[in-house]
Design a protein around this ligand. Structure first.
Ligand code: ADP
Ligand code: ZN
Ligand code: ZN
Length: 718
C-alpha cells in the first residue's frame, strides 16, 4: 500500500492536499520541501504528515520529487506557522511558503554561492615552492583572512586561486568571513547602576519563557544591555535572534555586533539582500550565533535559540500590511512561549499594548531612566504658535531664527516635514481644481524636479499640465509644502547653509550610511527630511530639531495617531544634542495647548501613556479591546459595502463580540478599487478568536464574490 503524504501548498484554501508518495522517494520527513503537480502546473510544497488512506484515494497524483538540496523546515517552525494559521486565520500552506526565502520556493536546484576563498589547515601549514611567487603571495594574503571571489577576479588572481583549491590549500566557502583585520574588540564599558539592576533581573530569567519590557529613555544604553544578555546566551552555547525595524537605517548596529562578538557568526536577514544572499543566510541561520534581521527573521530556523530581542518594539514596521498580516513582535512572543525562552521588548516609547501589559504585571517592566552618559541632557522642547505667528513658506520667524543661530554656532539642524515631494498638490486659483488622482481618493503630489505629478498611494503619475485641465487657466500654483519646496525655501533664506534633503525619493541603498558619514564629517548644516529621519539618526552635533506640521495627527480619526506622533517626537527629542552640547526641539503648531506637548516638554512618556490608556479604556479601544478588521475591495463602493453586509449577516452569535457597521475605508479609493471595512471587536481575545473561527468558513460561501476580502487580526492602520 503506497503511503499518502499531506502537503501544504501556497493556495488561498484552508486545507492540506493529499499526494501519493512513490516508494522510490520513500519516507519523507515532515517539513521537507517537495515538488508536486498542481492543476496543470507544478508547485513546491511542504510535506506534513503521512497516512495510509485518503478520501480521494483513487484520484491521487504522485509526488514528483523531494528537494533534498535544502533542509526540511524544523518542527519548531512548523509549530510556529500553525500558531499563525490559527491566530491570523490564514492558510497554513501560504504561511509556510511565505516563511521561506523566495529563492528556496523555486524548484530549480539551489547551488549555494561560495564567494569566499578560505585557507584550509593544509594551506596554513603549506610551504609552496619559492618559484611559485604568485601562489605564495596569495597564500600569504589568505593568512590574514578569506578573500572574496570578486576581489580575486579584480586582482586577476582567480587562476592562482584555482590552483590553491586543487592542491587542497584553500577552499571556497559560503560563510561570511571572520573579520579580516585583527578583531578590534569593542571596549565593554562597566554597566551603569540601572543596567546592572536590569541584568540582575534578566540573567536569571534566561532559560524560561517570560516577556520583559525594557523601557529605557533614548541613550540609556538599551543596546549595551542586549549585548550583555546575548553574551551570556552565547556563552551557554545558545543563539540569539534580534529583530529590528529597518536594517537600512541601522548599518552601525550590525558593525557594533561584529566588533563586540569577534569570531562569532552574525547573520543578517532582510528584504534588502539579494535573493541568493537571503537564501544563503537563511540556510546558514541554524549555525549562526546571532541573527540580526527585520520582521521576516522571526520565522528563521534557529535550533539553539535562547533569547529573542525585539528592539524598538513600538515600530509599525513589525506589522506586515499585506498577505499574512502578522505582527513580528507578537509572533516573537508566541515563538518564545513555544520554545520556553525569554523575549525582551525594548523601546524608549513602548506601544501602549506592551506598556499596558507591563503595568498589569503580565510582562515584567524594566526601566532605564537615566542616560548612560550622564552629561547628555534631554533637550528643551519649545512650541511656535502658528495662530499668532506669521509664516513665510511654512516657516515662522522663531523657526528661522533658531536655524540661523544654530548655523552661526557651527552646529547642525534637522528639519522634519512629513510630506515628500515639492508640494502636496497643484492648485488652480481660478476654479479650485486640486490635482486629483484619477484612480484614488487622493491628490497627486507635485514633484517639481522630476516634472511629474505622482500619486503616493497607487503610483500613478503624469507630466505637470501646462494649464488647468478643468478651466484652461495657465497659472497653476503649488499648494502647501513638501520637503523639496522646503529645501528651496531654506536655501533662499539661509544661502550660506549646506542643506541636504532625505526622503524616500532621494534614499537609495547605501545613501543612509553615506549621509551619516557626511553629517559626521560636518559637510552638512541642515538636514531636511520626512519622519523616517527620526528613526535612525544619532548625530552628536545635531543640536536643533525643527518640526513643522504635525497638527494633522493631533485630531486624526485614527485613534493611534497621537500615540504614534508622541513616540516620534520623543524619539526626535531624545536624540537632539546627545553629546556635551544641549539640544533644542522647536515644534510649530496651531494647538500648543494639546496635552501631548505638555508631556513632551517634561519628557514624560509614562504620564502621557497613562493618560492615553485611560482614554482608551473609557472608549473601549485597544489594548482594552481586541479587534479584527474585515476589508473588502470592489469596483464600486456599493458592491464592497454589500459584500460586507452579507458578511455581517453571517456573523455567529458569540457573547461579548460586537460587529460594527460596514463603512468606506478612510482612503476609500485606491488604484481604481473602492475599499470598505467591517470592524469586529471584543474585550476578550478568546471570544473574538472563537467568533472568527466560526465566521471565516461562512465568509467563503458568500456568492457572488463581488469583492476581494481579507481579515486583519489586531489591525494597526485602518
Ligand atoms: P539606547 O539604545 O538606549 O538609545 P545606547 O545603547 O545606544 O542607548 O547607548 C547610548 C550611548 O551610551 C552609547 O554611546 C553607548 O556607547 C553609551 N553607553 C551605554 N552603556 C554605557 C555604559 N555602561 N557606560 C558608558 N557608556 C555607555
Ligand atoms: Zn482651473
Ligand atoms: Zn492614486
Amino acid at each position: 500500500m503506497p503511503s499518502i503524504l499531506q502537503v501544504a501548498l501556497d493556495t488561498p484554501l484552508h486545507r492540506l492536499f493529499d499526494y501519493r508518495l512513490p516508494d522510490a522517494l520513500g519516507p519523507v520527513r515532515a517539513g521537507s520541501l517537495i515538488e508536486v503537480p498542481f492543476g496543470r502546473a507544478r508547485q513546491v510544497g511542504i510535506a506534513l504528515g503521512e497516512s495510509t488512506h485518503s478520501e480521494h484515494a483513487g484520484k491521487l497524483r504522485d509526488v514528483l520529487r523531494v528537494l533534498d538540496d535544502r533542509p526540511p523546515l524544523p518542527p519548531a517552525i512548523l509549530r510556529l506557522a500553525q500558531f499563525c494559521a490559527d491566530y491570523y486565520h490564514y492558510p497554513l500552506g501560504a504561511i509556510l511558503l511565505a516563511a521561506l526565502p523566495p529563492r528556496l520556493k523555486n524548484a530549480t536546484p539551489f547551488a549555494p554561492d561560495t564567494p569566499w576563498l578560505t585557507l584550509t589547515d593544509a594551506g596554513r601549514a603549506a610551504e609552496p615552492s619559492p618559484r611559485a611567487r604568485a601562489q605564495r603571495a596569495l597564500l600569504d594574503a589568505l593568512r590574514a583572512g578569506p578573500l572574496a571571489r570578486e576581489t580575486l577576479r579584480a586582482r586577476k588572481q582567480d587562476r592562482h586561486a584555482a590552483l590553491l583549491v586543487t592542491s587542497g590549500w584553500a577552499a571556497w566557502t559560503r560563510a561570511a568571513p571572520i573579520p579580516q583585520r585583527a578583531p578590534t574588540t569593542a571596549p565593554c564599558p562597566p554597566a551603569t547602576a540601572e543596567q546592572q539592576a536590569a541584568l540582575d533581573a534578566l540573567l536569571p530569567a534566561l532559560g524560561t519563557f517570560g516577556v520583559h519590557l525594557v523601557h529605557g529613555v533614548t541613550g540609556s544604553g538599551k543596546t549595551e544591555l542586549y549585548l550583555r544578555l546575548i553574551d551570556a546566551v552565547l556563552a551557554g552555547g545558545r543563539q540569539a535572534l534580534v529583530l529590528i525595524p529597518e536594517i537600512a537605517l541601522t548599518p552601525q548596529l550590525e558593525q557594533h555586533f561584529r566588533t563586540r562578538f569577534p569570531g562569532r557568526r552574525i547573520a543578517t536577514l532582510h528584504s534588502g539582500l539579494s535573493e541568493t544572499t537571503r537564501a544563503e543566510n537563511w540556510l546558514a541561520a541554524p549555525d549562526c550565533d546571532v541573527l540580526l534581521g527585520t520582521r521576516l527573521s522571526v520565522f528563521a530556523p534557529l535550533p539553539r535559540l535562547g533569547l529573542i530581542v525585539v528592539d524598538e518594539e513600538h515600530d509599525g514596521s513589525f506589522k506586515q500590511q499585506d498577505g499574512l498580516r502578522y505582527s513580528a513582535r507578537d509572533v516573537a512572543i508566541a515563538r518564545a512561549k513555544q520554545a520556553d525562552l525569554p523575549v525582551v521588548l525594548g523601546s524608549a516609547t513602548p506601544s501602549l499594548e506592551s506598556y499596558a501589559q507591563a503595568l498589569s504585571g503580565r510582562y515584567r517592566m524594566i526601566e532605564l531612566k537615566a542616560r548612560a552618559i550622564s552629561v547628555a541632557r534631554l533637550p528643551d522642547v519649545e512650541l511656535a504658535d502658528l495662530r499668532h505667528l506669521p509664516q513665510e513658506h511654512g516657516l515662522t520667524r522663531p523657526a528661522l531664527a533658531a536655524l540661523t543661530e544654530t548655523l552661526s554656532r557651527g552646529e547642525q539642524s534637522l528639519v522634519f516635514l512629513n510630506r515628500r515631494g515639492y508640494a502636496p498638490a497643484l492648485y488652480c486659483p481660478s476654479c479650485a481644481w486640486v490635482s486629483p488622482c484619477p484612480r484614488c481618493s487622493a491628490r497627486l503630489v507635485l514633484h517639481r524636479t522630476a516634472h511629474r505629478l505622482r500619486c503616493h498611494h497607487c503610483g500613478y503619475e503624469e507630466r505637470i499640465p501646462h494649464a488647468c485641465p478643468n478651466c484652461g487657466n495657465p497659472d497653476l500654483k503649488p499648494l502647501g509644502q513638501g520637503t523639496q519646496r522646503l529645501e528651496e525655501t531654506l536655501a533662499a533664506a539661509l544661502p550660506a547653509a549646506r542643506i541636504r534633503r532625505i526622503d524616500r525619493d532621494t534614499m537609495r541603498p547605501r545613501a543612509w550610511a553615506e549621509l551619516g558619514e557626511a553629517v559626521r564629517a560636518r559637510e552638512v548644516d541642515i538636514l531636511v527630511g520626512t519622519q523616517m529621519l527620526a528613526k535612525g539618526h544619532d548625530f552628536p552635533d545635531m543640536t536643533l530639531a525643527l518640526i513643522l506640521d504635525t497638527d494633522g495627527a493631533l485630531y486624526s480619526p485614527d485613534f493611534r495617531a497621537t500615540e504614534r506622533l508622541f513616540a516620534q517626537l520623543m524619539q526626535v527629542a531624545g536624540r537632539a544634542g546627545r553629546a556635551d552640547k544641549p539640544g533644542r526641539v522647536l515644534i510649530q503648531t496651531a494647538f500648543p495647548d494639546h496635552p501631548l506637548f505638555r508631556y513632551l516638554q517634561r519628557h514624560d512618556y509614562a504620564g502621557y501613556a497613562r493618560e492615553l490608556l485611560a482614554e482608551r479604556k473609557q472608549m473601549e479601544l485597544p489594548p482594552y479591546a481586541r479587534q479584527v478588521l474585515m476589508r473588502a475591495e470592489a469596483t464600486t463602493m456599493d458592491a464592497a459595502l454589500a459584500f460586507l453586509q452579507r458578511a455581517a449577516a453571517l456573523a455567529p452569535e458569540v457573547p461579548e463580540v460586537s460587529v460594527f457597521c460596514a463603512t468606506p475605508a478612510p482612503m476609500a479609493r485606491v488604484a481604481n478599487l473602492e475599499r470598505a471595512q467591517l470592524l469586529v471587536q471584543s474585550a476578550s481575545r478568546q471570544a473574538l478568536q472563537a467568533f472568527v473561527r466560526a465566521w471565516r468558513p461562512q465568509l467563503e460561501t458568500i456568492r457572488p464574490r463581488i469583492a476581494r476580502w481579507s481579515l486583519d487580526v489586531d489591525p494597526l492602520v485602518f
